[in-house]
Design a protein around this ligand. Structure first.
Ligand code: CMP
Length: 141
């Protein structure tokens, strides 16, 4: 086990549904530390830069539009093996394929509007965390 950090986002669909609190409770119940969190409204440019790795995918433009439709809540989570464990808590990208009890199964509407995001590797986290947060905004404890 190694202590890792990951970038989590509660996406605009979940904020609009009013389930952000329930998602944060699941994060706390899992024992992850929330080192930073802020409610922001991304511009199309912000979303395009964040998801640049998906630039060639057919859903890229629509995904960027979806991410700008309302506020979202990026967070930095810390814990043992948190990258993999947060992904397990989220469930599969497509909520129709997500296991019972996962966040996406319980709260997501579609493969695009899928409630939450999580970094998929240490390398992704190293890009994604500073995309949203300056080091002085992280509160280790
Ligand atoms: P996320 O974990 O944020 O990573 C990339 C996002 O692209 C993903 O969640 C979904 O919101 C979106 N996505 C992935 N695959 C598809 C798809 N086939 N169609 C539409 N959106 C997708």
């Amino acid at each position: 086990m190694s202590v890792e950090r990951t970038l989590a986002i509660i996406k605009p669909d979940a904020i609009a549904k009013g389930v952000a609190g329930q998602i944060v409770t699941r994060i706390e119940n899992a024992g992850f530390k929330i080192l930073a969190a802020k409610l922001i409204r991304m511009s199309h440019e912000d979303a395009a830069g964040f998801y640049v790795v998906h630039k060639a995918r057919p859903f890229y433009r629509s995904l960027c539009t979806f991410m700008t439709q309302g506020p979202c809540l990026p967070m930095v989570l810390e814990g043992d093996n948190v990258i993999q464990r947060w992904r397990e808590l989220m469930g599969a990208t497509d909520p129709a394929k997500a296991a019972p009890g996962t966040i996406r199964r319980d709260f997501a509407a579609s493969i695009e509007a899928n409630a939450v995001h999580g970094s998929d590797s240490l390398e992704s986290a190293a890009f994604e965390i500073p995309y949203f947060f300056a080091s002085l905004e992280l509160c280790p404890r």
